[in-house]
Design a protein around this ligand. Sequence first.
Ligand code: VGL
Ligand code: ZN
Length: 183
Amino acid sequence: MPEEALIVVDMQRDFMPGGALPVPEGDKIIPIVNECVRKFRERGALIVATRDWHPENHISFREQGGPWPRHCVQNTPGAEFVVELPEDAVIISKATEPDKEAYSGFEGTNLAEILMEKGVKRVYVCGVATEYCVKATALDAVKHGFETYLLTDAIKGINPEDERKALEELQRAGVKLTSCSSI
Ligand code: VGL
Ligand code: ZN
């Protein structure tokens, strides 16, 4: 039973430079995340990858009155992963219903059940965007009782000030900071 899981959050084409909802320099962490996946695999950790997986008419899109441009539409190139994942990675699709937004990989999914079933006690979170889906996922991990670490060299935010605030909020909630390079 793996005691640990690596949760790779939303490393998808639309969140990279040139995509529909780019995280500035989001592509800089691609090699770091890839290396991190390899390291965690070697340790026998469960590898989880969340993906934003919206229907065409998702509530978060501007055409529907939401805050974001159309992004990560199910089965389109923009929704594809940009990192290398092992074949046995657990893929968690979120915000898949037209009228529900979900930033956290735990929201509206069976991620908590899967982690508990597999005996996971400790989770490490990386990916994009720090102040949205990474933050929400890490906060929910704490709420579900997992010992939660943020991999600070393998995350990227949209806005530096918001990213800084997110890191503070996460630490207040009990999330510990570490990095892929020190793992
Ligand atoms: C995200 C905005 C909208 C994220 C997803 O992955 O952080 N942000 N949808
Ligand atoms: Zn989204």
